[in-house]
Design a protein around this ligand. Sequence first.
Ligand code: MLT
Ligand code: MN
Ligand code: ZN
Length: 303
Amino acid sequence: MKIRVLGSGAGGGFPQWNCNCNNCKRIRAGEMNGKKRTQSSIAVSSDNENWLLINASPDIRTQLEAFPAIQPKHGLRDTGIKTVLLIDSQIDHTTGLLMLREGKPLDIYCTEMVKQDLTTGFPIFNMLSHYCTVNHHPVPIDGGSFTIPAIADLRFYTQSLKSKAPPYSPHRHDPHDGDNIGLVIEQISTGKQVYYAPGLGEIENHVMANMLNADCVLVDGTFWSENEMIDLGLSKKPAAEMGHLPQSSKGGMIEILNGVPKARKILIHINNSNPILDEDSDPHRQLLQAGIELAHDGLEIDI
Ligand code: MLT
Ligand code: MN
Ligand code: ZN
């Protein structure tokens, strides 16, 4: 299978439009050894022709323009995007759906909880229905598997994650299974697996089991430290309150991934405040030493 990283940044992207933090300022000025990043999304295919879009970023236009394999090929209106899967109802993962409104019916796979958010607190399904039909397909939250007719040779397993529903969710302060999911993508013919979870608040047993089985993990790279946003004066929220496990803390992502010997390990959904974005920084070196890569926009992973 092939995974294309369309956007490797967290909400806001890198640099964020209104941010003058050390990272954003330096990358804008061309004074950092690093890469700009658009907001979080990947696409997966087993035939390089029919793609599942996983999350729909506000930056989707730029992302599709940068990726010829997904562009129109046959007839007057066409796309390689055959279906969409959403892992949560966050702005950075769903707003791009509005940019797909000129398409044919949109087949969207997501949990009932995500559908609820997207028809109430952030009612983009309702809005889209004035432009194109939205066909909602519910996905399991217990690790159950399913296949998607237009996407050959791939099987998907989805399971609820302990994280946070977005601020506009009617149940923001009353977590439900299915607010967020982790995703295993398996190629049926080869048995190879990728585990994708750009928002991981906690490493539950099933998360660890999925990572140990996987040939590649693409996991939460949002923050380096728990109080990063607070220390930089950017927010009052620690990483945990935003549903993200930082890399450097005790029991954090570096330690967790040290216990995952088999998989290729890649961080994704990297926030603009994260010091790992500076490729000359000590945190960046620490990641590389731990055998962990940083996803960047346009990265293609063949598994
Ligand atoms: C998050 O995952 O916490 C988001 O990136 C926040 C946001 O989109 O504002
Ligand atoms: Mn996000
Ligand atoms: Zn910034």
